[in-house]
Design a protein around this ligand. Structure first.
Ligand SMILES: [Zn+2]
Ligand SMILES: [Zn+2]
Length: 748
């Protein structure tokens, strides 16, 4: 700033008025100009371009220095300084300047009112409006816009009615305000009443309808606009293309693309980005890539559109490549780019790629942004790294309901029930209103961690004390909580007395609990209900058939298999996969197709020997085929999850964590074997099956060993270790477990 003081102390020239303000963009230019022109004479407007210069340089602070250099700043200079203060959020300084002004014109008043609204101070804006000698139509419109921004629709309507003269801008402000406040029907009514419509009115209407889920109607309005002879601008085309993308209206979009091409609007980044999104949504990703390649100018909006398009077309590898290309070409990603690329990492189940994206987010100081943070929590949870998800959660400065829900549901899936409860209590203490997803997460953590009493209390509390409507998912979760803890009759009563019409989801929850507790009568009853409601439910057939197989009722098994065949129901084969260095390796039971098959089977035989040394006896009830004992043992040993574990053991660094994914539930015998394998190789093995994550370490699983629980309930011999495991449920949550006051209420 001192440079300005040196250059301009005796500034005396009115020529500055005619210079473009960008000339004043650097101190060097200032020097040159001052040397050549600013020799003598003065004029009151001389400060004004200097103010502009500071603003152009993104240095509104500099505007503070400017008033010192002239004694009588004019209204224009003052107005510019007010704009500068408002842009940096210094409303008090702006108001001080405004009050110091000897004379004010309408532009200055309107600038100050808008400044108050931009800084979130509606009350002061209203006071200024009341004090204003003669509010112009612009002042009225600014206030209307302000009321809509603060969600005060009724007051905006009242102002609009009171307006002495209404110009098109005022009508457009009303239209835009209605659309922004989800009052699209009122917007349509107003649009029809308007004395005339310009391109802004049409664009607001098209965009408003599209954003409020009425994309088809938006396209009808666009057609009407075209017929009425109004020429669309790039914003109109962007809105119309977005409507085509949402309504999946491919032919319409193609026509708009033709118009874009003819009118030359393909140079606009927003039009280009909308075209990419449109083609991607219509599953024409190649065409989207072509639009991207042909774009003259590529910025973050266009790159993110392509990145998101790849994600929605299941081309996650390409999406991540587009993300790294973006970084390479110095296009700085924004929140949306990070959210899309993290979603791709999530779909690829690749925690390593996710960590790379996380590192980039930290470098660009977006690591603690709430939207990026939410995606990080989801990514880490889905890739099996619940501890990392919790660390990200803790570091987030701002958290919204999505953050809380994502973390609670993640803890539930990983069997960290106590963490989920503690998070819920923190959420309540922080006055964050829980929603239906929070309840689903909490109930599933109760079910995965065997917390019967808490589950009951939560269900009662939410149904009696909150306005959250209980859904089938909530009932299914509650049935699961009761069922897993052996309260099968109570679970059946809950289903029979539920106010909603029962569906197959709730009965399936009961059926799988029956299997766990070997209650064949109830299982058959539940299966009958399911098959009445949904005759082709393969899950019910498979569960019941497995049930019969483990009870050695092979006649019933073949009867069920015949029925399945007659009805054309196909049992999904069990598949496990592991991602190593970005490549997914898939295994089926007894699979020998992998190039490293020989090494995998050698490793499995070695593990078999080690397991026998530890006293492991295969539980043949989990081999669901009517074959000889030895064959049963063999088929058990080559289940897909074990092949994946063996493969991961021979291809990864010693001591690193192994993450296996499985499409069905892990079988009980594999569960026992992998626990011991984790102990033998001294590594953490994470298995995500169709219901949850199992973290195996030191011979223990984080799920609290429901398979052991099952043996215990069957009154079969149970080892001391198994009993200890049952009792050790959730001691892993000790870190987050210190403060527990609110739970006094739920403990009953
Ligand atoms: Zn198995
Ligand atoms: Zn487990």
């Amino acid at each position: 700033m001192t440079r300005f003081r040196v250059i301009f102390p005796n500034l005396r020239c009115s020529y500055t008025r005619s210079f473009p303000s960008s000339w004043l963009g650097s101190s060097e230019t200032h020097t040159r100009l001052s040397n050549r022109f600013f020799r003598r004479a003065s004029h009151v407007t001389r400060g004004s371009p200097a103010v502009s210069g500071h603003l152009w340089n993104g240095n509104p602070d500099g505007t503070r220095e400017v008033p010192d250099m002239f004694q009588f700043p004019d209204v224009r200079s003052f107005t510019k300084m007010i704009v500068g203060c408002v842009q940096t959020g210094r409303l008090d300084d702006a108001l001080k300047l405004f009050n110091e002004m000897p004379v004010r014109d309408a532009i200055c008043w309107n600038t100050m009112i808008k400044g108050c609204l931009d800084c979130g101070d509606l009350t002061t804006a209203e006071e200024l409006f009341d004090e204003m000698p003669e509010p112009s139509v612009v002042s009225w419109t600014t206030m209307i816009d302000g009321f809509f921004r603060f969600g005060q629709v009724e007051r905006a309507e009242r102002f609009f009615k009171q307006m002495p003269i209404r110009d098109l801008a005022a009508w457009n402000a009303m239209l835009h305000g209605y659309c922004e406040n989800v009052r699209v029907d009122d917007a349509v009514k107003l649009f029809e009443q308007m004395p005339s419509q310009n391109v802004i009115s049409w664009t607001s209407m098209i965009g408003g309808l599209d954003q409020n889920g009425k994309s088809e109607e938006a396209l009808i309005v666009f057609e009407r606009m075209f017929k009425s002879g109004v020429v669309p601008n790039p914003t109109t085309l962007t809105c119309a293309l977005s409507a085509c993308a949402n309504a999946l209206s491919f032919p319409f979009g193609l026509q708009i693309h033709g118009h874009v091409f003819k009118s030359g609007f393909c140079l606009s980044v927003f039009v280009c980005a909308s075209l990419i999104t449109f083609y991607a949504n219509c599953m024409r990703i190649e065409k989207a890539t072509q639009v991207f390649n042909e774009a003259v100018y590529r910025n973050v909006v266009i790159c993110t559109a392509l990145l998101t398009g790849y994600g929605s077309n299941g081309r996650h590898e390409d999406g991540l490549k587009a993300f790294s290309d973006m970084m390479r070409t110095s296009v700085l990603p924004n929140q949306s780019s990070f959210v899309s690329s993290l979603n791709s990492c999530c779909s690829l189940e690749s925690v390593d790629r996710g960590k790379e994206v996380h590192a980039s987010a930290i470098k660009l100081q977006l690591g603690s942004d709430v939207f990026v943070g939410n995606s990080l929590v989801v990514m880490y949870n889905k890739c099996g790294a619940v501890d990392d998800a919790v660390v990200v959660f803790k570091r987030l400065r701002e958290k919204n309901i999505v953050t809380w829900n994502a973390t609670i549901c993640g803890c539930a899936q990983h069997g960290r029930g106590m963490w989920a409860m503690e998070l819920f209590s923190q959420m309540i203490r922080g006055l964050v209103q829980p929603d239906e997803i929070t309840l689903t997460g909490l109930l599933s953590s109760c079910s995965h961690s065997g917390m019967l009493q808490k589950g009951r209390c939560l269900f009662k509390y939410f149904s009696e004390n909150t306005s959250i409507g209980l859904t089938h998912e909530h009932y299914a979760c509650m049935v699961d909580v009761l069922g897993r803890c052996g309260k099968l009759e109570e679970a059946e009563d809950l289903i029979r007395n539920m106010p909603l019409k029962t569906n197959s989801i709730v009965w399936l929850a009961l059926l799988s609990s029956c299997k766990m507790h070997s209650n064949l009568d109830l299982a058959e009853r539940a299966a009958n209900y399911i098959l009445d409601l949904e005759p082709h439910c393969s899950a019910a057939y498979v569960l019941l058939s497995n049930f019969y197989a483990s009870a050695n009722r092979w006649g019933d098994v073949s009867r069920l298999r015949m029925t399945m065949r007659d009805k054309g129901i196909v049992k999904q084969p069990g598949r496990s996969w592991v991602t190593i260095k970005g490549q997914k390796h898939l295994f089926l039971s007894g699979d020998k197709s992998h190039p490293l098959s020989e090494n995998i089977y050698w490793k499995l035989d070695w593990l078999k020997m080690k397991l026998k040394e530890l006293g492991y006896v295969p539980d043949k009830r989990f081999s669901l085929h009517d074959v000889e004992d030895e064959q049963k043992e063999d088929s058990l040993f080559y289940h897909s999850e074990r092949l994946a574990v063996a493969f991961a053991l021979i291809t990864t660094v010693e001591g690193s964590t192994i993450t296996i994914m499985k499409n069905l539930r892990i079988c009980g015998d594999c569960h026992s074997a992998i626990k011991l394998i984790a102990k033998i190789v001294d590594r953490e093995i994470i298995v995500r099956d169709s219901s949850r994550f199992h973290h195996f370490r030191d011979g223990i699983c984080s799920c609290g060993d429901y398979w052991c629980m099952r043996l215990f309930l069957l009154h079969e011999p149970v080892s001391i270790l198994s009993l200890l495991i049952v009792l050790s449920i959730d001691t892993s949550g000790a870190e987050l477990h210190e403060h527990y006051p609110i739970w006094a209420y739920f403990y009953c």
